[in-house]
Design a protein around this ligand. Structure first.
Ligand code: MN
Length: 482
């Protein structure tokens, strides 16, 4: 099933590649010891290196390199033991050095791949071209003063991983699924927090269109899109614009564009610069970056379980592929599920997490990171069902009380006297009372109206305030009617 956009003159295929800038999770910057915490007072996390003072020398942060290698391993990519930093020269007020230290011809990570999951349950592999390390620039603030611009250098020098994909995506949905999966992998690895609203992940979206069977046509790059939804919208808006240009007999020019989120259209920003415009050359202040295979192996051995592996493990535990997918989307959800499922029926645990817990989170506007019911408590609740203390119906009641009070299921069961009655003798006595009170119905039942069986069960449960063990109640009714 392939996705096309219908133009005036027939269907068009969309071609999308993404360049994602992901901020490396690290305490210090790529080439300085300044801190990287989000939301700090402007210009409070700036070293002389970050401010471009003359004579200051960059020194590489080993942890940032390790994070890039971990990410490369998570993307099943080639790790280059020899890579090099280049200067990308351009002038901007928030770039005090007058150049960005980046990796151009020799990135630290080469080709890899990501498997994306689509809504119809199918999967697709998207190629990774490369991942390189580079510095972030500072931030210009134009809206703080009527006639002045301010500059905040806190971001200046922060380590970024630029992750470039192959032009393998063919629809807005695939672009969204790619970004979702990439963010998921980075979060599992702990190499980027993936908070797009804080600018930790930004996507440059390369879009072109073509007729089926054609080679690539000219692409345009939509810069700095900061949410998955906007990426999907930008892909469609830019593709529609290009289709119109081609269909009117025009030519799409290679350029950099911006996505206007309010109007849902892309606008021209500047004609596309070529690499030679940046006058890239090896940074003379930095030797080539050489890492050891043994160090890479050590990082590989300590990688956490990744989303694809975890999903496969959940399926092996008996979950459906869909449940496994949902439970592994966020690693916090997976951790919660595992606590509930440990030593218990995985399917039952999954049903409670995806059903009652998710509903309670929505209702109480909480999150899986700060859940309305502790995972340990939900596990205990399942045990109380398993050992017959609670029926399914009573368990739902206890769960709601847990959401309300935050107390343990044991405390709630005791406090509210919700313990299920499993004493067969006691149940039979109540069934006998029910039959005694409904002699007319007993006679009807005996003359063939077998549907009344459910009535007797219902009356017994009602008399027991829902606390009778359903199997035992059924058994007792059958026995006393027989
Ligand atoms: Mn870049």
């Amino acid at each position: 099933m392939s996705f096309t956009l219908e133009g005036r003159t027939g269907p068009w295929e969309i071609v999308v590649g993404l360049e994602v800038h992901a901020q490396v999770t690290s305490r210090a910057k790529l080439f300085s010891g300044a801190a990287t915490a989000f939301g700090a007072e402007p210009n409070s996390q700036v070293s002389f290196v970050d401010a471009g003072f003359p004579g200051m020398l960059p020194v590489i942060n080993r942890e940032c390199v390790a994070q890039a290698v971990r990410t490369g391993l998570g993307l099943k990519a080639q790790i280059n033991l020899w890579s090099r930093f280049d200067r990308k020269n351009y002038f901007y007020a928030d770039l005090p050095q007058g150049y960005q230290i980046s990796q151009y011809a020799h990135p630290i990570v080469g080709e890899g791949a990501i498997e994306i999951e689509l809504a119809d349950g199918s999967t697709k592999t998207v190629g990774i071209t490369r991942l390189h390390l580079e510095q972030d620039a500072g931030k210009s603030l134009h809206d703080q003063h009527p006639s002045k611009s301010y500059i905040d250098l806190n971001r200046s020098g922060v380590a970024l991983m630029e992750i470039v994909s192959e032009p393998d995506m063919r629809s807005p949905e695939e672009a969204g699924a790619y970004l979702t999966k990439l963010r998921q992998i980075l979060r599992y690895l702990g190499t980027c927090d993936g908070n797009m609203d804080e600018g930790s992940m930004r996507a440059d979206v390369n879009v072109s269109v073509r007729r089926a069977g054609e080679g690539y046509r000219t692409r345009c790059e939509v810069k700095n899109v900061n949410s998955i939804r906007f990426v999907m919208q930008a892909v469609e808006a830019e593709a529609r614009r290009q289709i119109e240009v081609w269909e009117e007999g025009g030519t799409v020019e290679q350029e950099t564009r911006l996505f206007d989120t309010a109007r849902g259209i892309t606008r021209s920003m500047r004609s596309k610069e070529d690499a030679h415009d940046y006058r890239y050359f090896p940074d003379p202040d930095l030797p080539p970056l050489v890492i050891e295979q043994g160090w890479v192996e050590g990082l590989k051995a300590s990688l956490p379980e990744l989303p694809d592996e975890r999903r496969a493990r959940y399926v092996a535990m008996g979950l459906s592929p869909y449940d496994a997918h949902v439970l592994t989307l966020e690693k916090e959800t997976a951790a919660y599920f595992e606590t509930v499922a440990r030593g218990r029926d995985a399917k039952v645990a999954a049903n409670w997490v995806m059903g009652d817990l998710f509903a309670a989170i929505n209702r109480t506007r909480t999150s899986i990171a700060e859940p309305p019911v502790k995972a340990e408590y939900l596990g205990v609740l399942l045990d109380l069902m398993q050992d017959g203390t609670l029926s399914g119906k009573l368990a739902k009641e206890v769960f709601e009380a847990m959401v309300e009070t935050g107390r343990s299921p044991g405390a709630i069961v005791e406090e509210r006297g919700l313990r299920q009655v499993t004493d067969a003798g006691a149940i039979e006595r109540i069934v006998a009372q029910v039959l005694e009170a409904n002699l007319d119905k007993v006679a009807e039942y005996k003359s063939g109206k077998e549907k009344l069986f459910g009535f007797f069960v219902g009356q017994t449960m009602k008399a027991m305030q829902g606390k009778g063990n359903p199997a035992l109640v059924n058994e007792a009714v059958k026995k006393l009617l027989g």
